[in-house]
Write a protein that binds this ligand. Structure first.
Ligand SMILES: O=C(O)c1ccc[n+]([C@@H]2O[C@H](COP(=O)([O-])O)[C@@H](O)[C@H]2O)c1
Ligand SMILES: Cc1cc2nc[nH]c2cc1C
Length: 336
């Protein structure tokens, strides 16, 4: 089924964001208070269990159908020398994901997640956003719908991306959404040298100038400056919200997909967990703008959902404690 038949459908979905189940949250919070530990002593693990209880609508949430999705797309701005790698690597890495040889294959396996790989028209890169919109309306809607369709029946989603050049698109999306200068949002990505950084900054500045005055809605920001894999993440985030499925975000590029949505509809972040903080410098800044505190900070900057997949281990630990611990009454321990 197509979730977004028009831009109006997308905007209507953004304007109709549900809240999590307060009764289930309260029941989970009460259970945390009865478990055999000083109140609050499991810190963030307690919050994670309560968060999942709210979105799953049950006091004792579980992850039975955890799913990682890697969306892939190619970018016209690569012709400007903004990546340390050639565009062909996007398709080559998609083949590697399908063959099981990438980091996300190993890390999704370790986290007990199924893995879906969604390549999006890799032979048709988006337009160079310094010259014109990256996508037309139909292309942008198609990418949103590809993201929405990919969530399946998961009960927890890890979202990831692969796209040579997409750290430049991500910087442009972040700047368009939250302001600041291009230099505030640009970083080395796959590892460009200082001249490459300068080309990225110039590209982002040119993009912001070309589209000045037109970056007035989440859809237009995504369509003009995004890429198909980034737009698909935005579509998956919105579809998952309507299905009440919590999401673990990955690094800078993955998080940038949420920026245009959050700039206009700040409560979109309510069903999102920041799995980790990437060392791509814009990521910390972006997480601060979104009000998200990352679970992990491991010096990672790979993308492809890898940091989010590692964070699922922490989330599983939170649920194991929440579900498996005895209460003071059950264990005969004095509650103090
Ligand atoms: O997740 C991150 O924070 C991250 C930071 C730097 C690079 N990446 C990955 O590297 C690619 C983008 O880097 P670049 O230099 O080609 O723009 C893309 O495939 C991303 O998955 C990802
Ligand atoms: C090899 C390689 C793997 C990746 N995975 C995500 N982005 C990537 C970029 C490169 C270059």
């Amino acid at each position: 089924m197509t979730m977004f038949r028009s831009v109006a459908d997308f905007e209507a979905a953004l304007g109709d964001l549900s809240a999590s189940d307060e009764a289930a949250r309260n029941a989970a919070r009460e259970r945390q208070g009865q478990l055999t530990k000083p109140p609050g002593s499991l810190g963030r693990l307690e919050e994670i269990a309560i968060f999942l209880a709210g979105w799953q609508g049950t006091m004792r949430p579980a992850i039975e159908r955890g799913r990682a999705i890697v969306f892939a797309g190619n970018h016209g701005v690569v012709a400007r020398g903004v990546s340390a790698f050639p565009a062909a690597v996007t398709a080559q890495m998609v083949a590697n994901f399908s063959a099981g040889g990438a980091a996300i294959n190993a890390l999704a396996g370790a986290a007990g997640l199924s893995l879906a790989v969604v390549p999006l028209e890799l032979d048709r890169p988006t337009a160079d956003f310094t010259l014109r919109p990256a996508m037309d309306e139909g292309e942008c809607l198609a990418a949103l719908n590809a993201g929405a369709a990919a969530i399946g029946d998961a009960d927890l989603l890890v979202l990831g991306e692969m796209g040579i050049g997409n750290s430049t698109a991500a910087a442009a999306l972040a700047a368009a959404s939250f302001g600041g200068e291009a230099v505030d949002w640009v970083g080395p990505g796959t590892g460009v040298d200082p001249a490459g950084i300068a080309r990225k900054v110039a590209t982002v500045e040119a993009g912001l100038a070309t589209h000045a005055g037109a970056l007035t809605s989440p859809f237009e920001i995504l369509r003009r400056l995004g890429g198909r894999e980034i737009v698909a993440i935005a579509g998956a985030v919105l579809a998952a919200r309507h299905a009440r499925v919590p999401i673990v975000l990955d690094g800078f590029i993955c998080t940038s997909a949420v920026a245009p949505l959050a700039a206009f509809y700040p409560t979109i972040v309510d069903h999102l967990i920041a799995g980790h903080c990437s060392v791509e410098p814009g990521h910390r800044r972006l997480l601060d703008k979104l009000g998200l505190e990352p679970l992990l900070s491991l010096g990672m900057r790979l993308g492809e959902g890898s940091g989010a997949a590692v964070a699922v281990g922490v989330i599983r630990a939170a649920l194991a404690a929440h579900d498996g611990m005895a209460t003071f009454a059950e264990a005969g321990v004095s509650a103090g």
